[in-house]
Ligand binder design. Sequence first.
Ligand code: GAF
Length: 385
Amino acid sequence: MIERDQISAKYEELYGVEPALVSKSPGRINIIGEHTDYNEGFVLPTAIDKAVYVALGKRNDTEIHLFAEDFNESFQVDLKDVSPTDKGWPNYILGVVNQLKERGYKISGFNLYIDGDIPVGAGLSSSAAVECATGYGLNELFDLNIDRVSIAKIGQLAEHTYAGVKCGIMDQFASVLSKENHVVRLDCRDLSYSYVPLELGDYEIVLLNTNVKHSLASSAYNDRRHSCEKAVALVKEIYPEVNSLRDVTIEMLDEIVQPIDNDSYVKGKFVVEENERLAKACEAMDRGDIQEMGRQMFRAHEGLSKEYEVSCEELDFLVENAKKFPEVLGARMMGGGFGGCTINIVKKGFGQQLVDSISPAYKKEFNLELTPIFVKTDNGSELVY
Ligand code: GAF
């Protein structure tokens, strides 16, 4: 948790006046339902108590002045010249500004200072949190009257256009709309959603950070999306009513895609089954059966690793080792993959022991530290000031 005063003081030091407001958008976890969002399926995420903070104030001109604490770096551009930059971090902010401009919202120049405590590259959606804190903050600063779902969509499109990742809506939706002690059961086809109480009884969520992010993450993500689109296109030739993998059954894939395109078949099958696993996990949660929810998480990891092929040795190692402990009900890689964290459902109080047991072997195998992250759920975007 970063103190509000710390953010304001830094803004004032940079820009010579107090910020008009400070907005906050959290990172997210996801219980189950991975790579389903861009296939019009279901996801089960929620926000965590780690967030991005954005301090904002209007300027008297049309310039945008940015400063990122993590990089100790500033960036300036005129509103009319906003375009993607090879500098990296400003894109998540500029992409949002560009979306606001494209949608005809009236904004003028502003100063922005950004800081946060979401570990970067850990698969906790720090980039979505930047987009959402920016969108939420600018909405307030310029009284734009944009609803929360649209703020999430603006963040998603910023990621597509300025970061080059054709992500689904899960991360931005969770960052803006989550509710403490609940997970969001989101239907990514029509964005209808409900809040499911997250009641884990004697268990808690522990994240294990591999501390790796393999470089092929973004390109592989877009490749997976492409494989899914190919599977849909093949099914559509026979079943024209099909629009996404959400409408597809395993029987359809068996009938049409399997003989033609093995890669699309395997990827498509994973997505269809992942939606089924999510449904089973939700039913289990409804009847308080977190053991079954955990089993579905283990199965999801199998699929993500062997079929969808978005895991990596480090993630597989952590899940395989977590499985050895009866105190761990479920574990799997989380988010886009190729590094980041595993999410584990662990008996309360056992988390540190789990980490202490796995860490030495992890270090020996990969020469990397293993970092536990004990998270609580939180609300979506809000003003802190
Ligand atoms: C990343 C994306 F940004 C999400 O939209 C989602 O597809 C996720 O990977 C995989 O479930 O976090």
